[in-house]
Design a binder for this molecule. Structure first.
Ligand code: G3H
Length: 484
């Protein structure tokens, strides 16, 4: 038997059947650590993709007629199945995304919680009745019944960094809202994605309601996003890909969760221990491969030396190494990503940044790196590394911090560290971001909070309730009473 034949190739779920592609082509998943491949997935053909979309379109009609309670039962059962498969799924996340094992396990548990909350939140969804007579020229005999209806087939495209959680964060709200889903996981994330769909299948998923599409985005991506039976696209990934989707997809509602350059703004009265701890964990956990990672520090000059010293101290507590050892900082997803981060560090150092800590590399593993005295002419001041490097930019005033924060093309989240709540709220109001964290690191959760980005960070809103609302649409039925 040749080496290729021993690699496990995972099938895809198409209209209730687990299948291999007729193309006979598979894609071997890379290991970020350079270990042996965790397996392969099918490179589906365009006609298989078409069958996935039209099957979902068919299945949706029946699902839309189900009560919220019936849909919720499937979701609850899915969450239970995921927990039963926790070890297997966490191992897949660890191997293909390079995530520390304990974080991978937490991702599965967080996902089960997410799905259960979504099931219950769906049951609480309700419409409203509007009396026409409340408008000056309206009639008291006219009423609008406003209900929320499914949109149809949702195309869910998820990223490598949370291959289970960010997939379920699209699929579960879409399903409770009465939609069908065509799910395209990131290639490095497709095994975890396949296993979570196996759990959903075991939970009693109606045939075709969620179809799994695997393959290279470069080969089938455009076909998926321009298919006429796709009614909504929900994508998480890089801003460039998000922009390209928004240009190609015509007249289809979009939810895009994209990149970020979240600043931690540290004022002179801040609790520096707390700020340093949050910056170290917010910037370096999972090697900074999170859209919400802290990606720059804007600190008032007077406190910069002290803050940098404290961040360095906190960095000593980070575990650097193998995903199997549940390290915080593990090898980046691939060598291209690691080269990009190295390039940003080199550019900053060449232009005069000081390496306060780190700047060491072994394969795709980049040690947590803190760059001090970063200036606006350096790429790292503006670009999103998606890796374990934090630039510290020293500022003279609060206004300068706000200006630099807003000069970014991104607008996901921002942290403000200060004891002055009133000033924090004022600064928060000035920041062009979706969420402001006062005295806390930037992060998406808890998952029922609204989550959105502005500018290049995204379009539309998510967070459990918001996601259900974003993937349903209002339907207005007007009652014209003949008897007043
Ligand atoms: O990568 C983007 C994720 O939505 C970030 O989620 P997180 O803040 O829970 O790590």
């Amino acid at each position: 038997m040749s080496e290729v034949e021993t690699i496990k190739a995972y099938p895809f779920l198409l209209n209730g059947e687990w299948q291999n592609t007729t193309s006979e082509r598979t894609i071997e998943i890379e290991s970020p650590s350079g270990a042996e491949t965790p397996g392969a997935v099918q490179a589906m053909t365009e006609s298989e993709v078409n069958a996935a979309i039209s099957g979902a379109n068919e299945a949706q009609k029946n699902w839309a007629r189900k009560s919220f309670d019936e849909r919720a039962q499937v979701l609850h059962s899915w969450a239970d199945q995921l927990l039963l498969m926790k070890d297997e799924i966490a191992e897949a996340i660890m191997k293909e995304a390079g995530k520390g094992l304990s974080s991978a396990e937490k991702e599965v548990v967080r996902t089960a919680d997410f799905i259960k909350y979504t099931a219950e939140e769906g049951k609480r969804l309700h419409g409203e009745l509007i009396n026409g007579g409340s408008f000056n020229a309206g009639s008291a005999n006219k009423f609008a019944l406003v209900n929320r209806n499914p949109i149809g087939v949702v195309l869910a495209i998820s990223p490598f960094n949370y291959p289970v959680n960010l997939s379920a964060a699209k699929i579960a709200p879409a399903l409770i809202g009465g939609n069908a889903v065509v799910f395209k996981p990131a290639t490095q994330g497709a095994i975890s994605g396949t296993l979570m769909i196996e759990a959903l299948d075991k939970a009693g998923l109606p045939s075709g309601l969620v179809n799994l599409v695997t393959g290279k985005g470069a080969e089938i991506g455009d076909h998926l996003i321009t298919h006429p039976l796709i009614d909504l696209i929900n994508f998480t990934g890089g801003s460039q890909t998000g922009k390209s989707i928004s240009q190609k997809a015509s007249m289809v509602p979009l939810i895009l969760e994209l990149g970020g350059k979240d600043p931690a703004i540290v004022l002179e009265d801040a609790d520096l221990d707390k700020a340093a701890a949050d910056i170290a964990s917010g910037g370096f956990s999972y090697s900074g491969q999170r859209c919400t990672a802290i990606k720059r520090v804007l600190v008032q000059d007077e406190k910069a030396d002290e803050l940098v010293a404290k961040i360095k101290e906190k960095m000593n507590g980070l575990k650097v190494g193998a995903p199997e050892d549940s390290a915080d900082v593990t090898p980046l997803i691939n060598s291209k990503a690691a080269d990009y981060v190295t390039g940003l560090i080199d550019d900053a150092v060449e232009k005069g940044a000081e390496v306060a800590s780190g700047n060491q590399r072994e394969g795709n593993l980049i040690y947590p790196t803190l760059l001090d005295s970063v200036t606006k002419d350096m790429q790292i001041a503006w670009e999103e590394p998606f890796g374990p490097v934090i630039p510290v930019i020293r500022v003279e005033s609060v206004d300068e911090a706000i200006n630099i924060a807003n000069e970014s093309e991104y607008g996901l989240q921002a942290s403000i560290f200060t004891k002055n709540m009133e000033q924090a709220i004022q600064i928060g109001n000035e920041l062009e971001v979706g969420s402001v964290q006062i005295n806390g690191k930037t992060e998406r959760g808890p998952d029922h909070f609204p989550f959105l980005g502005v500018k290049s960070s995204g379009v539309g809103g998510q967070g459990i309730r918001k996601s259900i609302e974003s993937m349903t649409r209002e339907k207005v039925t007007v009652l014209n009473m003949t008897q007043g």
